[in-house]
Design a protein around this ligand. Structure first.
Ligand SMILES: [Zn+2]
Length: 257
């Protein structure tokens, strides 16, 4: 009997070769359990399931059906990990699958402690009040070189984020200067664990989204980044279904090296 052949998935980057089969990967998404336990933003309704019903058929084995067949309802932007493209703020033919790379991209994971807006001289396109912000300086301390993709974990970080109500506990967001710095670093794919890179209510302007999408391709929001994963460089794959929409639920998988 011949021995089973071992699979290698080799990525060559910066004159080095990495075998992904030898690296532990991390799923940076929330599992959607469709049980009402998900983050809430903008008064979102929990994700829900309903069995398909027809004459003499119910798509629910627990109710006597021969198989499970569900219709899922979800608020893509406000209840779980998702990835969006410029179509989120500007109607266009290209949708999220057109902007999301199918393969791996070099990526850097950093962690930041958002600061009070009164601590920074950075600006924002609507008045800052008692907000927590991610300023340019916080990013400069953690990243200085251009890269395709940047993943940002906000601190403190724990599993409370899986059920956080962001209407009651407003999330931090980026200053104008921070987004401009992200553009200077030529970052094409930005991933964050907060529900939006903008303030929840910026009078519908979504100013940071507009700035980022001048050069950027995708923004992924509401990630969950486990504490067992340390800040590092690595390779990222953003998995999205083939949906012809501005955004889709997503599952970023990170291979730190
Ligand atoms: Zn969104």
């Amino acid at each position: 009997m011949t021995q089973k052949t071992k699979l290698s998935t080799i990525i060559k980057y910066d004159n080095k070769a990495y075998d992904l089969e030898e690296i532990q990967s991390f799923d940076l998404s929330f599992k959607n359990k469709f049980n009402g336990e998900n983050p809430t933003f903008f008064n979102s309704k929990p994700s829900s399931l309903a069995p398909v019903k027809a004459e003499n058929f119910i798509g629910d084995i627990s109710k006597g059906g021969s198989c499970n067949v569900n219709i899922a309802t979800l608020d893509i932007h406000c209840s779980g990990t998702h990835t969006e493209c410029i179509s989120h703020i500007k109607d266009g033919e290209n949708k999220v699958v057109d902007f999301c790379p199918e393969g791996f991209i070099p990526s850097k994971l950093i962690s930041v402690f958002p600061e009070k807006s009164s601590n920074t001289t950075d600006s924002y396109h609507v008045p800052l009040t008692v907000d927590l912000v991610i300023s340019k300086e916080l990013l400069v301390q953690k990243i200085k070189d251009p890269i395709d993709s940047l993943i940002i974990r906000t601190l403190p970080n724990s599993s409370y984020k899986s059920t956080q109500n962001y209407d009651k506990n407003p999330a931090p967001f980026f200053t104008t200067e921070a987004i401009n710095y992200i553009n200077e670093l030529s970052i094409k794919h930005l991933l964050v664990d907060i529900p939006s890179i903008d303030k929840a209510n910026d009078n519908g302007l979504l100013g940071n989204h507009h700035s980022f999408f001048i050069k950027g391709k995708t923004i992924s929001e509401l990630l969950y980044i486990p504490n067992s994963l340390k800040d590092s460089f690595g390779f990222l794959q953003i998995q999205v279904p083939n949906w012809n929409l501005d955004a889709a639920p997503s599952r970023p998988i990170f291979y730190p090296i």
